[in-house]
Structures are given as C-alpha cells and as structure tokens.
Design a protein around this ligand. Sequence first.
Ligand code: AMP
Ligand code: ZN
Length: 116
Amino acid sequence: MSGSNQECVFCRIASGQVKADRVLETEDVVAFRDLNPQAPTHILVIPRVHVASLNELEDPDLAGRVLMAARQVAGEEGLAEAGYRVVVNQGSDGGQTVFHLHVHVLGGRRMTWPPG
Ligand code: AMP
Ligand code: ZN
C-alpha cells in the first residue's frame, strides 16, 4: 500500500485531477458512478490511498470503511430494501481491469447467479 500513484486513474479521481460523478466522500473513501454502468445503479467505492487490489490490502479498518461506504451509498441510492450486489474483481481471472482496489455496488435490477 502507498499514497497516490500518478499513473493510476482512480488515484487521479480521488485527488480530483480526473472528473467523476461523485456520490460520497469521506476522509478515507470516495464513491463515484461507473463510466460504463452494468445496472441502473453502478457505483465504485475506492480507498483514497493506492492499493492495487484486494490481494495487496493490509488494513482491515480500511477494508471495513470501504464496505460500510458501499452499504451507505446503496442506502442513499434507495437500494437497501430491494437489494443490490457488492463485487470485488481480483486479478485477471476475476475480471479486474483497473488496478486500484474498488468495490462495485450494482442495483436497480434483479441480478443473476452465477456471475459470468
Ligand atoms: P474492474 O473490471 O473490476 O477492474 O472494474 C473497473 C471499472 O472501472 C469498470 O466497470 C469501468 O467501467 C470503470 N471505470 C474505468 N475508468 C473509469 C472512470 N474514469 N470513471 C468511472 N469509472 C471508470
Ligand atoms: Zn491508485
């Protein structure tokens, strides 16, 4: 884990250098709408510090803050009662394309299982 990585698009979103449709900001976490939404609501929750993926995450408190922020944005989007999906894609088999840890919050439609 480190501070900010200038090469990393999500670090640049966290610092405000790259625009995003932000829905939540705390001291440790930023949440913004996914550019290519896979559901009527599709939000990404990221730690402000650069952590490349779940495999690199060391701080359990930060893990908790990211997850609780995911729950908060789901609630604010009106998804709490109907339900929603929270996803972390890890590495290439997991489908990860941006190597700054992020939690997807997807809702507004019925999800299918198993995922593709
Ligand atoms: P993953 O495949 O789990 O790594 O997810 C990366 C997600 O980031 C994808 O759903 C992309 O649509 C999304 N994404 C990539 N760049 C941006 C950006 N600049 N703003 C918002 N979402 C982005
Ligand atoms: Zn980063």
